[in-house]
Design a protein around this ligand. Structure first.
Ligand SMILES: Nc1nc2c(ncn2[C@@H]2O[C@H](COP(=O)(O)OP(=O)(O)OP(=O)(O)O)[C@@H](O)[C@H]2O)c(=O)[nH]1
Ligand SMILES: [Mg+2]
Length: 354
């Protein structure tokens, strides 16, 4: 039977990058694999477009967490298996918890025996391990910890950022604090550990544990109430020949970082992707107000017309986030003399109290 695996893990931990690297690796070395990007925004997620531009076998499920669309997910999986995939991975929104119950138990109950569920996999990055280990506390700690509590397999990603002894210390801490999970380390960026990950997903099964995570309870609601989502899609027409898409994306991400920071808010992840009709593309990532903006993929050539998708998740009231980002896009685009055509914008809070 063909494998399905959910990738959970906090915003920016590397779910998309790992799914991209893994599906390519697995397809090249073992058998056909596919990935699904899942988020709450409407059609046209930055993650899915990025994976497709990178040549991955990728699709998206939008508007709803896969937690609540088991039938749509099952149809998608059956389609991939029919085309010869032996492994399909899907992420969930990066602040999500509860997918172990909603997705794994949902599929097992509604489609008994039809899907071979691999270990419920949770990505974590070194920064999060440091945060939890230091016990500083914070509004989002419930989510960071609960995601790891749900794991059958914890994947410490971004190993390339750690010295060997730091990686060992992080692995030991994770094994000690989450004893129900296997723990491995990888670097999605360098490819280190992908064989171990691929092997674990194919050979291990979901435990189907049901830890009590207080889903929907007061602590859950408190964490969700802090979070807002922002999705924007637009076309930009360039007036001057010397337009540099790479500096535009970087400047825009930095300007959002400054605006959000000055407002006293936090933005765990902003994804900024732009591409041309010829398939050239650039991508900038903002991972909080305290880390440098990264241009993770560069345009190869100057461009005259680009499509842009901007997806962000922030600890900020949604109306404030909306005006902060929308105004920044207009201001930075004005500096570059771009003519904008906005064609889709969504901004909403995750909690009822916003
Ligand atoms: N140094 C390093 N950076 C990485 C690695 N994996 C991912 N990143 C970077 O981390 C950032 C976030 O990665 P994503 O894959 O977009 O994270 P995500 O978990 O999908 O984030 P959300 O979609 O917001 O939930 C990007 O800038 C990646 O390039 C890695 O192994 N090493
Ligand atoms: Mg992602």
């Amino acid at each position: 039977m063909n494998k399905f695996v959910v990738f959970s893990g906090f915003l920016g931990s590397g779910k998309t990058t790992t799914m991209m690297a893994l599906t390519k690796y697995h397809t090249a070395h073992h058998g056909k694999a596919a990935m699904i990007s899942n988020d709450l925004g409407g059609k046209g997620l930055a993650d899915n477009r990025y994976a497709q531009l990178d040549g991955c076998n990728a699709s998206e499920i939008t508007d709803e967490c896969i937690c609540y669309v088991n039938e749509q997910l099952a149809d998608r999986l059956k389609g991939y298996y029919a085309e010869g995939c032996e492994l399909v991975v899907s992420d969930i929104p990066g602040f999500g918890v509860g997918a172990l119950d909603h997705v794994y138990h949902g599929l097992a109950e509604k489609f008994p025996g039809q899907f071979d569920l691999g270990p419920f996999t949770v990505l974590v990055e070194p920064k999060t391990v440091d945060h939890l280990r230091e016990g500083k506390g914070g509004d989002l700690d419930y989510l960071l910890n609960t995601q790891l509590v749900e794991a059958d397999l914890i994947v410490l990603n971004k190993k390339d950022l750690l010295a060997a002894n730091q990686a060992e210390a992080d692995l030991a801490w994770l094994r000690d604090h989450y004893p129900d999970a296997d723990v491995i380390s990888i670097s999605a960026r360098t490819g280190e550990g992908l064989e171990t990950l691929s092997h674990s997903l194919m050979t291990c099964s979901a435990s189907m544990r049901r830890p009590d995570i207080g889903y929907g309870g007061p602590v859950f609601m408190e964490a969700m109430t802090r979070l807002s989502e922002y999705y924007l899609q637009y076309h930009a027409t360039v007036c001057c020949n010397d337009f540099d898409g790479n500096t535009y994306l970087t400047d825009l991400a930095r300007a959002v970082q400054t605006a959000v920071g000055e407002a006293g808010c936090e933005i765990p992840h902003l994804k900024l992707l732009a591409w041309t009709s010829e398939g050239d593309y650039g991508k900038a990532d903002l991972l909080g107000t305290d880390r440098p903006v990264e241009l993770v993929h560069s345009f190869a050539a100057p461009c005259t017309e680009i499509a842009v998708v901007l997806n962000g998740s922030a600890a900020c009231p949604y109306a404030q986030l909306d005006s902060l980002i929308t105004d920044t896009v207009k201001a930075v685009s004005g500096q570059y003399q771009l003519e904008l055509m906005l064609f889709n914008k969504e901004c909403f809070g995750m909690g009822a109290q916003q």
